[in-house]
Design a protein around this ligand. Structure first.
Ligand code: AMP
Ligand code: GLY
Length: 427
């Protein structure tokens, strides 16, 4: 098959690596791709927010199967556009991607189908939001309903912060623009978080290995939220019995609910859960693989990733048989530009990647560019360094050894990725 991968981050680099290993892949095109992906397939520029341009590209390049990495084209209806033209793309249609595109919609689906999540209310005007906050003291969580690149949820530990946040979203400043004009205010849930990825074909699903992300910028989960600073898989907090609970009480009713809603879910259903003392509850749904979690769960899948996505798109997952449990562990540490998630300097020269990969680690490109034959930083998250091994400590050691060897000015990374997992393993 001729394959097209849409996106340009570490997640898409990992998808490209997995697809390239498949005997089903004849030609690989990445759009827009990144310098890391350019050694795996041809990179062609495209606007990821433009479904028509993406479908035009697929037709022009005679693509048989397109894999959509990021949420923006999915929420914008790229899969609908492909289906309209009789083309094949792996991902949910817009009406299903709304599970990520609109928190107001996803909370409503959870309420309607009895899926455990934090209690909430939705607001579009500042006055009513303020009234609600007066009756519901901190800690409380305030979320922009629309897409906000992982930065639209604010956990408010004080009342002052809560009032300030609704003011920023619903007041004149409207810091999240349209995305923040509808706001979800929800109960603060206490517990440990984990991510689960279900590859869905509308009715059936295959679960990938569980993962735990690290969203805050600083060690010990301090500082503002980011897109994700590191992750490991499997996550020991996700025990067999918890997993059964998540399947029965969250994933299965979500898929059944989406059929009821007239938008059967095909693609990756990413469920962020909080493991509370009353069992798992949904923190959020996303309509795509997590970044950086994708970079570790795909290599742990003991099978052909392209064949898996292909079967899901055809509604034929039941023909694949049960997936084998993952062998060993994987961990990823994100190398970021100093200052991220706020302002940072790009354009720093990078070296040491070959050296870093000598121990078996993989350095995936998240925010880089080539200019005059030089590799430069071009994003807040610059690389994801992936280590693997027989257990978590081996995987972390390999990743951290390699992190030291990648060199660029302002390199910043967390030193405590996987700490919670190691503590659990030693118990
Ligand atoms: P979201 O964008 O909805 O995934 O939220 C981003 C992060 O905020 C999550 O990964 C959690 O760490 C935190 N968070 C979101 N909702 C809640 C909640 N109801 N209770 C506690 N923490 C939350
Ligand atoms: N790692 C979190 C996300 O992809 O949203």
């Amino acid at each position: 098959m001729n394959i097209l991968i849409i996106g340009s981050g570490g997640r898409e680099h990992a998808i490209a690596l997995a697809v390239k290993q498949s005997p089903l892949c004849k030609k690989l095109i990445c759009a827009p791709g990144n310098p890391g992906m350019s050694s795996l397939g041809k990179c062609i520029p495209v606007s990821v927010s433009d479904p028509i341009a993406i479908a035009d590209l697929a037709e022009k390049e005679q693509i048989d199967f397109t894999i959509v990495g990021p949420e923006i084209p999915l929420v914008a209806g790229v899969v609908d556009e492909f289906r309209k033209r009789g083309l094949r793309a792996f991902g949910p249609i817009a009406a299903a991607a709304a599970l990520e595109g609109s928190k107001a919609f996803s909370k409503n689906v959870m309420k309607k189908y009895g899926i455990p999540t934090a209690a909430y209310e939705t607001f579009t005007d500042l006055k009513s939001a303020q009234e609600f906050l007066k009756a519901h003291p901190a800690p409380i969580v305030i979320k922009a309903s629309g897409l906000a690149a992982g930065k639209g949820a604010v956990v408010c530990l004080t009342d002052e912060e809560a009032f300030q946040t609704v003011d920023e979203m619903l007041g004149e400043k409207a810091v999240f623009g349209e995305s923040g004009k509808t706001v979800v205010i929800e109960e603060f849930m206490e517990g440990e978080e984990a991510s689960l990825f279900a590859i869905c074909d509308g009715k059936d699903y295959v679960l990938l290995s569980s993962a735990q992300d690290h969203k805050r910028i600083f060690d010990n989960d301090l500082g503002p939220n980011t897109g994700g600073m590191g992750a490991y898989s499997p996550a020991p907090v996700v025990t067999e019995s918890l997993l059964e609970d998540v399947k029965r009480r969250i994933i299965e009713p979500t898929l059944a609910g989406m059929i009821q809603e007239g938008a059967p879910y095909t693609g990756v259903l990413y469920v962020g859960i909080m493991v509370t003392k009353n069992g798992p509850k949904v923190v959020e749904y996303n309509c795509r693989l997590g970044d950086p979690e994708c970079q570790i769960v795909l290599p742990l899948y003991d099978g052909d990733v392209l064949a898996l996505f292909d079967a899901a798109e055809r509604g034929a997952l039941s023909t694949l048989g049960a997936p084998k449990p993952p062998k060993g562990s994987a961990a990823i540490v994100v190398l970021a530009s100093e200052g991220y998630p706020n302002a940072y300097e790009a354009g720093q020269e990078v070296s040491g990647i070959e050296e870093a990969e000598k121990n078996g680690a993989r350095v995936l490109h998240a925010g880089t560019k080539m200019e005059n034959g030089k590799l430069l930083t071009a994003g807040g998250r610059v690389f994801g360094v992936v280590g693997s091994g027989k257990d978590l400590s081996e995987a972390l050691r390999q990743a951290y050894d390699a992190c030291e060897k990648v060199i660029f000015k302002g390199k910043y990374y967390r030193r405590d990725i996987g700490k919670k997992g190691l503590e659990r393993c030693s118990k």
